[in-house]
Design a protein around this ligand. Structure first.
Ligand SMILES: Cc1ncc(COP(=O)(O)O)c(C=O)c1O
Length: 388
């Protein structure tokens, strides 16, 4: 397919359009930080923590240096370590499993569902059995809200309760989404999110946050993120980390939070337009009943991914693959236990997923370029993917 220069080619994620929308308020706020001399954990950090907690309805928000640390800090707050099993989906970004290894625990891989891309709760129950049979102590579930849609927390929390496990929501991709009227930030005992620039609510650098309703754990997290010395503590009380948020990032997030609700709505409109037309050519994402997504990625599934990627490249339409490998296939993660029936869906998806441009400033004409390119490559009415 030749490149048609008369048609708008959308960016995969358009941070420039968002930057224009912010006007000069951000520059003024950044200069104020520069002149204040309080570059780390300044008053703007407290302000964004309060606004984020209010946004999602969580009692506490504890900011930190990135989304990986947010997960790590939640595991540390629970004292999870050697001999403990942490259940993680096999189809996610590597940080989800990495943190279990970093605290000395064992990640146990759980399969995901084809329809939602999220943790399969039958596979989770099987994986708990595997951990017990291997002499590991089941301690935590890190459920990922992949591509922006919450996992099935009603069932996950039920399983967690039955087995005495703590639920950590890896919401790096889903802050702003909701499930059955409850916002992400309130769906598990802890919620960990990321403000990496490409995330739905992203800064201009690294950043992250943990949400919890537990007062004692919130206090512990404030200490753990700052070398084990919390705001009210005279001495070091814990072995912690340096995982503090910069005031500059807090200011960026305060400005971007103002635009966030409109951006979420615009992403939904774009996702609806994509799904209405692309369903004829590929398997389009499905939302669970009662769930909303912030569409961190709009990801379709096709048996002809290579052909589609080539056609998009030729048309100038950017695409990305999240993720090219299930985690248990990656060299450093090959030795860890898996659910008893293996991880067939995670493997299947890693061979067929492809993500299309998605952000809050995608014009209808840009969406049409993407849609026409996909339909041109795959053909409409061609059906989607091989039957299960
Ligand atoms: C599912 C998931 N978990 C964790 C992370 C880690 O976040 P960060 O890059 O801020 O450390 C990411 C970020 O890409 C992610 O997508």
């Amino acid at each position: 397919m030749s490149k048609d220069t008369t048609r708008p080619i959308p960016a995969f994620i358009d941070l420039g359009a968002q930057r224009e929308k912010m006007g000069d308020g951000l520059a003024k706020a950044l200069i104020a930080v520069l002149e204040s001399g309080q570059y780390v954990l300044g008053p703007q950090v407290t302000e964004i923590e309060q606004q984020l907690a209010a946004f999602c309805g969580a009692k506490h928000c504890i900011s930190c240096a990135n989304g990986t640390d947010a997960l790590l800090l939640a595991l540390m707050a629970e004292g999870i370590g050697a001999g403990d099993a942490v259940f993680v989906p096999a189809f996610t970004f590597v940080a989800t499993a990495e943190v279990a290894v970093l605290v000395g625990a064992t990640p146990v891989f759980v399969d995901v569902r084809r329809d939602t891309f999220n943790m399969d709760t039958d596979s989770l129950e099987g994986a708990i059995g595997v951990a017990n049979a291997n002499g590991l102590k089941p301690r935590a579930i890190i459920a990922v809200d992949l591509f922006g849609q919450p996992a099935d927390y009603a069932r996950i929390n039920e399983i967690a309760e039955a087995h005495g496990l703590v639920v950590i929501d890896d919401a790096a991709q889903s802050f702003g989404a909701a499930l059955n009227g409850k916002k992400v930030g309130t769906l598990g005992a802890y919620t960990a999110t990321s403000f990496y620039p490409s995330k739905p609510l992203g800064g201009y650098g690294d950043g992250g946050a943990i949400f919890t309703d537990n007062d004692a754990k919130a206090e512990l997290l404030l200490s753990l993120r700052n070398h084990g010395k919390g705001p009210g503590q005279k001495e070091t009380e814990e072995i912690g980390l340096n995982s503090r948020l910069d005031s500059f990032q807090a200011v960026v997030l305060l400005e971007k939070l103002k635009l966030f609700p409109a951006e979420i709505a615009a992403r939904q409109v774009a996702a609806d337009r994509y799904s209405a037309r692309l369903g004829a050519a590929a398997k389009v994402p499905e939302l669970m009943a009662g769930a909303s997504s912030v569409w961190a990625q709009y990801t379709i599934v096709t048996d002809r991914r290579d052909a589609l990627a080539t056609a998009c490249r030729q048309a100038g339409v950017p695409t990305a693959i999240h993720y090219t490998s299930a985690l248990h296939k990656l060299t450093p993660y090959r030795e860890f236990p898996t659910a008893p029936d293996g991880l067939p869906q995670a493997e299947w998806l890693s061979e067929r997923v492809i993500s299309l441009p998605m952000h809050g400033y995608l014009s209808e004409a840009g969406q049409d370029t993407v849609i026409d390119t996909v339909l041109g490559a795959l053909g409409s009415g061609a059906g989607s993917v091989a039957a299960e």
